[in-house]
Write a protein that binds this ligand. Structure first.
Ligand SMILES: O=P(O)(O)OP(=O)(O)OP(=O)(O)OC[C@H]1O[C@@H](n2cnc3c(O)ncnc32)[C@H](O)[C@@H]1O
Ligand SMILES: [Mg+2]
Length: 223
């Protein structure tokens, strides 16, 4: 799985987790300093650019965000980094923000296997293990501009690895069955996946952040 080399086991972690907030930014309750004090909302020079080369990912992000956050998408050739997922994600956001010269949102996803202590890996590695439990994890990083410290938003969905079922048009969707469902991600309607998925949970935090921060886009060139 490109992009993310290490994950962690999910026993002690909640399904969504906000890792960092900017100085003076949102608190754990996702209310920005601006919205709490009545100060003017932060102006963004242009709409957020969501950087991805993955069309299926983009399709889901569009469906989940709707018109809640004005954004445009862009495919950039960024180097694949190694390290801790949140560090990778932040570094990706820093590089993207400096290339775009504006606010960017980037995303990395991995499927992590508890039997492998949270390491992502190939499904057949799991054959040797009784424990087929896994979790899908999505990390979004938002950088408001070049040189700005990115904020990260994490969503996780627990499930298990099963023999493939359903359409094979998006990554490992056919082999991941979320807990509490008898369908794999690939078998369930998109609207259901988006409601319960790692991506849906992470984007709920992103949305909360935007609602609280109330950014003012000066030149809305969103697609
Ligand atoms: O340009 P970026 O956004 O980095 O797109 P990517 O295709 O490189 O995406 P990732 O590195 O985040 O994802 C690693 C792999 O996981 C797959 N993947 C990501 N999200 C998925 C999801 O919700 N369901 C199934 N597979 C997914 C994706 O197709 C890749 O093969
Ligand atoms: Mg990638």
């Amino acid at each position: 799985m490109e992009g993310v080399l290490f994950c962690w086991a999910n026993q002690s972690l909640p399904p969504v987790r906000r890792i960092t907030v900017p100085p003076g930014g949102s608190s754990g309750q996702h209310r920005s300093a601006a919205s709490m004090s009545g100060a003017a909302a932060r102006a963004l020079p242009k709409a957020v650019t969501f950087v991805t080369g993955n069309a299926k990912k983009l399709e889901e992000v569009r469906a989940i965000l709707g018109s809640s956050i004005p954004f445009q998408s862009l495919k950039l050739d960024l180097p694949e980094l190694q390290g801790e997922p949140e560090d990778i994600s932040k570094e990706k956001a820093r590089m993207a923000a400096s290339q775009v010269n504006g606010p960017v949102l980037v995303e990395d996803t991995c499927l992590c296997f508890n039997a492998l202590k949270g390491l992502p890996g190939l499904n057949n590695l799991l054959l040797a293990y009784e424990d087929k439990s896994a979790f899908a994890m999505c990390i979004f990083s938002l950088a408001l501009g070049p040189g700005e410290e990115p904020m990260t938003f994490v969503g996780k969905t627990a499930g298990k690895i099963v023999p493939a079922r359903g359409p094979a048009d998006f990554g490992w969707d056919p082999v991941f069955q979320p807990d509490g469902f008898d369908q794999t991600y690939a078998e369930m309607p998109k609207s259901v996946k988006n409601q319960i998925s790692h991506r849906g949970k992470a984007l709920a935090l992103v949305k909360e952040h935007f609602a609280a921060a109330n950014y003012k886009v000066q030149n809305d060139g969103s697609a």
